[in-house]
Design a protein around this ligand. Structure first.
Ligand code: 5GP
Ligand code: MN
Length: 398
């Protein structure tokens, strides 16, 4: 328990608790004052106890800096990455609900559409899609006092929004968990050891001392981001503090079982049939490399009436085969003329290195991605080259 609060902070807490206790015991207070104070005492004590249990992951200097910016700012814009996933939307809306509770004028802007299974999230209807409302979004970005960049490390990840965000006069901060944060922001809260940005948003709000301002709506968004970036807490989810945080989110009244159902069990029949087709016809297993590949063309997507989000999770499926530790999913994009690459691994195999080496991309050790501009056969050939290059690592010889 080495990384709990420092001694002087614990002393400060003793002092705060002692002070409140003293006030309660002071009989010169009118009785109704004491009962109000008792409630405050219980709330404060609870908050303090919880905060003590949670490590202070974010540097205090960054927290202080953010506090100053938020205090002064009226207009705040939150932006997240292209093809936003549960963590992108969850972290953005988690912060959105908190800042709205602080009477700020807040907007969430993302480059393009996000999947239907995230649209139930409180505030999702207010998320602005840049590719549909460019002029309005440009105005908001240019007029913002603070721009919060969530769940991405480099500006190229926000696609068409890159230029306007780069040139906007507002102060920029990053809250993210990808490796190698860019240098476009003054405040950089970058923690690759934390498996989701939503958790960082929760921690930031707590470290700002605003734990009690997290509403049920905000908690639902934060929980969704934490759940989706860990596959329903099945990977990158061994840190015990995750479960302390979930306990607190539950105390805000969230229904985690219902959230799971809304995200993972509300797909269309078409998606399930596409999944069957992909597993039966399209999955190639390379036992000699402990690897697997799935490809999907535009025509195949059309046949199954593909809508955004329908292939979510497909890349993980081959990893349930014994010994397969690396999986790739290559899909012809329906919006842009490119092939979207998704890579996943289990254990120590660095799929982000493959993404960077071969597909102009990046990401995390076990979940990464990239893009390929060219025909599918060439993308497949490149994938096979990657298998050869990384053979020793794939076979656990290194
Ligand atoms: P997904 O396979 O879910 O699209 O992406 C998994 C992870 O890979 C993302 O969270 C992100 O970190 C990374 N990633 C996906 N696509 C790209 C890309 O085109 N460029 C970079 N740098 N990272 C990507
Ligand atoms: Mn994320």
């Amino acid at each position: 328990m080495g990384n709990l609060w420092k001694d002087e902070e614990a002393e400060m807490l003793d002092w705060r608790i002692g002070f409140i206790g003293l006030s309660l015991g002071n009989s010169s207070f009118p009785s109704n004052f004491v009962s109000v104070n008792e409630e405050i005492f219980v709330v404060l004590l609870f908050q303090i106890e919880f905060e003590i249990m949670l490590s202070k992951v974010i540097a205090q200097a960054s927290v202080d800096h953010v506090e100053k910016w938020f205090e002064k700012a009226d207009r705040i814009v939150i932006v997240s990455h292209v093809s936003p996933d549960g963590d992108a939307i969850g972290s953005s809306l988690g912060l959105y609900h908190f800042l709205t509770s602080q009477d700020k004028n807040v907007h969430v802007i993302v480059p393009n559409a996000f999947p239907d299974f995230l649209k139930w999230m409180p505030g999702a209807k207010d998320v602005i899609q840049y590719n549909r409302y460019k002029d309005f979004a440009d105005k908001l970005i240019l007029e913002a006092d603070v721009i919060c960049c969530l769940d991405f490390n480099v500006l190229s990840r926000i696609d068409e929004m890159e230029e306007v965000v780069k040139n906007a006069p507002g102060r920029k901060m990053i809250v993210d968990h990808h490796l190698y944060p860019g240098d476009f922001a003054r405040i950089v809260i970058s923690h690759p050891e934390i498996s989701k940005t939503s958790e960082l948003v929760f921690r930031l709000i707590c470290q700002l001392g605003n734990f009690s301002d997290i509403s049920k709506e905000g908690a639902e968004c934060i929980y969704t981001g934490m759940m989706t970036d860990t596959g329903g807490f099945t990977y990158n989810s061994n840190n015990r503090e995750i479960y302390l945080i979930i306990g607190e989110l539950l105390s805000r009244g969230i229904d985690k079982d219902e959230i799971y159902r809304r995200v993972f069990n509300t797909y269309s029949e078409d998606r399930l049939r596409l999944m069957g087709y992909v597993l039966y016809d399209k999955m190639q297993v390379y036992p000699e490399f402990n690897a697997a590949l799935i490809t999907l063309s535009r025509a195949e997507q059309k046949k199954f009436r593909y809508v955004k989000g329908d292939t979510e999770g497909f890349v993980n499926m081959p990893l349930s085969i014994k010994n397969v530790c690396f999986s790739a999913f290559l899909r012809e994009d329906t919006e842009k003329d490119m092939i979207k690459i998704s890579l996943r691994s289990v254990g120590t195999f660095p799929c982000n290195q493959v993404a960077a080496d071969f597909f102009n991309g990046g990401g995390h050790l076990n979940a990464s991605g990239g893009e390929f501009y060219g025909p599918m056969e060439e993308a497949i050939a490149l994938f096979k080259q990657a298998l050869v290059k990384y053979e020793d690592l794939l076979l656990g010889k290194k």
